[in-house]
Design a protein around this ligand. Structure first.
Ligand code: ASP
Length: 308
């Protein structure tokens, strides 16, 4: 529990298996997470809103090629990028989301533009892109979104599929970025952004942009941003389920989040995790897989980052 601001971020549940992670790589992940936390904390420490803090944090995570979102987004099986993002304000329960979009440098900015400039919650295709143009958002060409590591992952995945021996290396399958915050005024917010899953079919949409599945913020309960097998998170309405257990069954954030992730998600064969902050400032970071790139900061306490 905390009275001041709280921020928690993730860079996805697609962690490199421990034996494959070099010390240098591990240090790079920790320092990227720490830089993002510092930027988000700066917003919150100057009495900025939770909404602005999660926007700032996710923007930085999207610009960091270590993580699967924005620059660093994974490829579809057709070798293209289709990105999903969402943002939600727990104070008003206003929300904005986009799915399957290409070319927009920071999909979280477009999600926010949908929230702030339209009467809609979720947009796709040309209609979504026209909002980006009207809002003056930055566009990038395919070369910007190309990263060798993601391209190699696509080729490996397609080859393994063809040979009928697809492994379940989480670093090829998973990845997403997200942030949740509570500001000094007690308002909550959440934002999530992803390239989805490597070698996904064109047109596939995951849980990240679906309010109540991979993203949710409600001042009455909690703010959540998830990562993992999107289909499983959608089927369980993971974020909404956690909030409902808090609201209706009186569970704490920690109890509700660990029940849903460790029991329900595991039961249907889904893997992944989430970052969550409660209305009381509590933080929960459950995952049922090898790890989740994550970091959290509670006002007045030391900032922490972790992977496994
Ligand atoms: N949840 C994301 C999706 O299904 C991917 C991930 O976080 O690994 O698109």
């Amino acid at each position: 529990m905390a009275d001041g601001f709280v921020l928690a971020i993730h860079g996805g549940a697609g962690v490199k298996p421990r034996p494959d992670m070099t010390d240098k790589q591990e240090a790079a992940y920790h320092s990227a997470l720490a830089r993002v936390l510092d930027a988000g904390k700066e917003v919150l420490a100057s009495d900025g809103s939770a909404l602005d803090a999660v926007s700032a944090a996710v923007t930085m995570l999207e610009n960091e090629p270590l993580f699967n979102a924005g620059y660093g987004a994974v490829f579809t099986r057709e070798g293209t990028h289709e990105m999903d993002a969402a943002i939600m304000d727990g104070c008003t329960r206003a929300a904005g989301a986009v799915a399957g979009i290409s070319g927009v440098r920071n999909p979280v900015h477009l999600a926010r533009a949908v929230m702030e400039r339209t009467d809609h919650v979720m947009m796709i295709g040309e209609g979504a892109l026209s909002i980006a143009r009207d809002a003056g958002l930055a566009f990038e060409d395919d070369a910007y979104f190309f990263t060798q590591e993601r391209w190699d992952s696509l080729q490996d995945t397609l080859r393994m599929e063809a040979e009928g021996r697809l492994d379940d290396d989480p670093s090829r399958r998973h990845g997403t970025v997200g942030a949740v915050a509570r500001d000094r005024a007690g308002n909550l917010a959440a934002a999530t952004s992803t390239g989805g899953m490597t070698a996904k079919r064109s047109g596939r949409v995951g849980d990240s942009p679906i309010i109540g599945a991979g993203t949710l913020a409600d001042n009455a309960t909690c703010a959540i941003s998830a990562t993992g097998d999107g289909e499983a998170f959608i089927r369980l309405s993971v974020a909404q389920e956690i909030a409902a257990r808090m609201r209706l069954a009186g569970l704490s954030l920690d109890e509700a989040a660990s029940q849903v992730v460790m029991n329900d998600l595991t039961e249907i064969g889904g893997t992944g995790g989430l970052v969550a902050v409660g209305r009381d400032g509590s933080v929960a970071l459950p995952f049922n897989c090898e790890g989740m790139y994550r970091g959290w900061s509670v006002e007045g306490h030391e900032t922490k980052t972790a992977i496994y």
